[in-house]
Structures are given as C-alpha cells and as structure tokens.
Design a protein around this ligand. Sequence first.
Ligand code: ADE
Ligand code: ZN
Length: 330
Amino acid sequence: PDLNAYIRGLPKAELHLHIEGTLEPELIFELAARNHMAIPYSSVEALRAAYAFTDLQSFLDLYYAGASVLITEQDFYDMTMAYLRRARADGVLHAEIMFDPQTHTGRGVAIETVFAGIARALREVRAATGISSYLLMSFLRHLSEQEAFDTLAAALPLREQYNDVWIGIGLDSAELGNPPDKFARIFARCKELEFRLVAHAGEEGPAAYVSDALDVLHVERIDHGVRSEDDPALMQRLIRDQVPLTVCPLSNLKLCVVDALEQHNLARLLRQGAMVTINSDDPAYFGGYVGQNYLATAQALGLSKQELGTLARNSLESCFLPADQKQVLL
Ligand code: ADE
Ligand code: ZN
C-alpha cells in the first residue's frame, strides 16, 4: 500500500498506450447494447476469461474484435474519458495516446468520427484538470503500404483542426513478417510533414527491426524494444543516444514475450543506462494500468524507490511536449 501511494505520487507520462486497448469488457458490453450489436460471449466474465493469450497475434484477434463495438463519436469519447480517469488516478500528468484508424475505417466508421470523439475527451480533460495529451495515429503493419498512404490522405485534411492534439505517427499490429522497411516511404512522407515518429519494434521481432526503425523509419522512440539486448552494438547505441524505450511489462508477460515478470530485462536495461520507461500498452487486456505496471515490475525485479523515480522522470523527459512545458512537469 505504501509503495502504491509512492508510485501514484510520482509525476509521470504514459507514452505507450493504445486507446482501443483500454476498452474494458464492461464497456464493450455497454457499447454493444447501445449499438444493437451481438457479442459472441455470454457475459463480461466470459469475455474476460477469453483473455488468455499465447502470443501477439492471439491478442490482436480479440483486440480488433473488441474494437468493433465502437461506432459513434460518443463511443470513442466514452472510451477515452474512461482511460483518462484511470490515468489521472495513477498520477499521469501527460499521455501520448495511439489510435488505429484503419481498425475503424475498415468497418465503415468515418475517420472524422474517430478523431472527433477521442479529441473531444482529450480537450475536455485538458481544460478541466490540466492533464495534457497528444495523439499518435498508428498504421497497422499487417496492412499494405498503400493502405497506410490512403489513411494518411484521409487524415491530413483534419490536421489543422486537431493540431493541438495530433502530433505524431506510430506503427503497430503484427510485427513478425512486417519489417520496418515495408513502411519506409510512408514514414519518410510523415517526417517531411513534420510529424513526431514512433514505431513498435523488438517486441516479438528481432533486434534488427529496432535498428531499422531507427535507420530506415527515423523514429524518435521505440515502442517495446526489449529484444534489443540480442544485439550488443545496438544496445550501446541506444544507451549512447538515450533513445527512449517504451516498455510494457504486463503486456510482455500476457503475450508470452517473457515467461515470468521476474525474468523481464527492464531492470537490466535501466541499470545499463538505457532510457527506459514503463507503460501499459493495452491495459484492459493485460491486467493493469500504468501504476500497476510500475508496482508489479518493482516487486518482481526489486526496483528501488530511486529507480522508480528515474523511470517516471524518464517518461517525462521522453515525451513530445515542448521543452518549456516539459520543464514545468519535471
Ligand atoms: N496493438 C495494440 N497493442 C499492440 C502491441 N503490443 N503490439 C503491436 N500492436 C499492438
Ligand atoms: Zn503497443
């Protein structure tokens, strides 16, 4: 309880969070009812019991199915508000939130609806509480380069309207077999457009995907990156350049990236001097929001309060806020 309060009190940012991954089973059932949709599970408990994953793909199948209850602007708003309430309770002062428009446009939901509902919640919470947030529009790597370009083209007319929130681009979904170079041209275009760039790499995929995310996609942060340790030269580079790694311990446990939290390399990465942060990824599916990720990791790896403080401070240092706003939080 004491460590819990300490963690909650640390000023922190959450930098690796998929908003669709915050849809709790209760809200899935509520939205399905509201939208007159059937769910192939008899109860909230039966749905939650299905969250027994063996790898990334086994999770993605349920995650995309769960997101199919999101239809209206209000649905996206309600989901986002529920996350921001949880984040606030965990002492999050700033959140950089990924969303997957292709998951919704592929079902006939307009991209305008997705932007409008999420942004309305972010703006309301910013005005009411001072908690700031940014959006990272993520491309699904199991889809084609052309589909990513089509998504960017659909979103760009909205850029001006959402320039207070939409600041960056991400890359997620099935990593193996969908290497960074598949998205070299779309990321080059997004860089020209002066978006901030991140990509998932080294979650299930090899360390070479991390190197390529840096060298080919020119990203500023690596989402996950835990497999970077397989390449000592890459590790030296990540430490030298202080490339932020947005690590998600409970996600890695649930997706069998590690067999036990005690075997997670987060503490080793941190103690080597890497710019490590702790995040929740898809908290509704992985059993804990960001505070729980700090707590479970601290207990499994014996992190000191000072190390927890470093991790929280790293999250603020690694965020995309302008330097003056960052300074206020640090
Ligand atoms: N989409 C949502 N969560 C993800 C993860 N952990 N890896 C890849 N794609 C994702
Ligand atoms: Zn992720």
